[in-house]
Design a binder for this molecule. Structure first.
Ligand code: ADP
Ligand code: ASP
Ligand code: MG
Length: 408
């Protein structure tokens, strides 16, 4: 029998009371004779607290020990939830990543899941209806060390288990009613979507809608795992993330995403010759800088400006990578401008493929509010702009209104 995967995020296991509520949802599934794989996050705030503890004792960043500390948050919740289920008369056992095992790459802090071995869990399911309570966000590398999957990684654990167990249904219980047309904490009139395509969800997640972790959506899309995002308060139907063809709603724009902490770097007057962009972006890549948008101006007198954006947290590394090139005499830039007070606001929708004029509409709406656009980038189904961070909420609300996404 195909199990169901039920994942509970940090706020949904923040207290014993909330864990008891989660346990009641699990018991319902067990009562319906469905084997359950429950995946849990650490209690709300716990992963941040653990990361802070690591920083407080050591300025040397040892990623193996960092992962070992961080993974403990999920160990606690998985064992507590198993105990709570047992007190309700539901047979349950907790599993840390290494016990399953969930095999991962050895990139500590951002490991990739390579394989989930089913045998031990299958044996337990064959024996009876024992609920498997899995500590999310963690696995084990080939050299036997504990790894973590990157922030928000319990979503990835849940989808990976669903993929490994015959494309099981993957229910993501969280602190909002589903996927909304914008972050409901920013736009009060945001509307819950009944369906969203994998593709749109992937864009929204990667552009900052953290309701699902980006890599979890990628994996769900690749394996066609049916994902259902819903509230752990009500358990009411939320949002189904599925194939584009399976839903009938016709809309041009599905949602607005935002990402608060972005930075913009401009290299002024760089030589306009082959190999220069490669030089700059290879240096940035070697420093592990996550470059997002890139703009190069039209050259004048064989010189040009190059602008790129990256997360604010990468800005010091970006600056030193460029200064290193400059110091070596490899790059003769006239100036380096860093703007750390920008954010990214994006409009996403598969309808953009067939409908023109979306960019014009977006830019006009921002213009009317006096919001200056600093950088633009587009793909087939999204348009993103960088604007001053102080305008972030205004920009998101303005675009939400402009594209008629609010509750009808
Ligand atoms: P969990 O702890 O359950 O994993 P997260 O905090 O990671 O929950 O994700 C849920 C949060 O995502 C919501 O509280 C909400 O503020 C935020 N969010 C951002 N964009 C959206 C969106 N488009 N729809 C729903 N929630 C969103
Ligand atoms: N506890 C981890 C985090 O806070 C993983 C998760 O909750 O998904 O990032
Ligand atoms: Mg999350």
């Amino acid at each position: 029998m195909t199990p169901v995967v039920m994942k509970f995020g940090g706020t949904s296991v923040a207290t014993i009371g909330k864990m008891q509520k989660a346990a009641r949802f699990i018991r319902q599934a067990v009562d319906d004779n469905t084997p359950v794989i429950a995946v849990v996050s650490a209690m709300a705030g716990e992963t941040n607290r653990l990361a802070e503890l690591v920083r407080s004792v050591s300025s040397v960043f040892d990623a193996r020990e960092y992962d070992n500390v961080l993974a403990t948050g999920e160990n606690v919740t998985s064992a507590l939830l198993a105990l709570i289920l047992q007190t309700m008369g539901v047979s349950a056992r907790s599993w840390q990543g290494w016990q399953v095992p969930v095999r991962t790459s050895s990139v500590h802090g951002a490991a990739r899941i390579l394989d989930i071995e089913r045998d031990r869990l299958d044996a337990r399911f064959a024996d009876g209806m024992e609920v498997a309570v899995i500590a999310g966000f963690q696995g084990v590398s080939s050299d036997g060390r504990i790894t973590t999957l990157g922030r928000g990684g319990s979503d990835l654990t849940a989808v990976a288990f669903a993929a490994a167990f015959d494309r099981a249904r993957c229910m993501i219980y969280t602190d909002v009613d589903g996927v909304f047309t914008a972050d409901p904490r920013v736009v009060k009139t945001a509307r819950k979507l009944e369906h969203i395509s994998y593709e749109e969800m992937l864009e929204l997640a990667s552009l900052g809608s953290k309701v699902l972790q980006t890599r979890s959506v990628e994996l769900a899309m690749r394996h066609r795992v049916p994902v259902h995002v819903l509230s752990s308060y009500t358990g009411q139907p939320g949002t189904y993330v599925t194939d584009e063809e399976t839903h009938m709603e016709t809309r041009t724009i599905s949602g607005i995403a935002h990402s608060r902490d972005e930075a913009k770097v401009t290299l002024q007057s760089v030589a306009d010759r082959p190999g220069i962009a490669a030089l700059i972006f290879t240096a940035l890549a070697n420093h592990d800088i996550n470059v997002d948008m890139i703009v190069q101006n039209i050259a004048e007198d064989k010189r040009t400006d190059i602008t790129f954006s990256c997360p604010v947290e990468d800005i010091a590394k970006a600056r030193s990578a460029i200064e290193l090139l400059q110091g070596r005499g490899d790059l003769n830039v006239a100036g380096l401008l860093c703007d750390e007070s920008v954010c990214k606001v994006s409009v996403v929708g598969i309808g953009m493929r067939t409908q023109s004029g979306i960019a014009a509409k977006m830019f006009a709406a921002l213009g009317r509010e006096g919001i200056n656009i600093k950088v633009i980038s587009t793909s087939e189904i999204k348009i993103s702009v960088l604007v001053d961070r102080k305008y972030m909420e205004l920009a998101v609300r303005t675009l939400h209104e402009e594209f008629g996404l609010h509750q009808k």
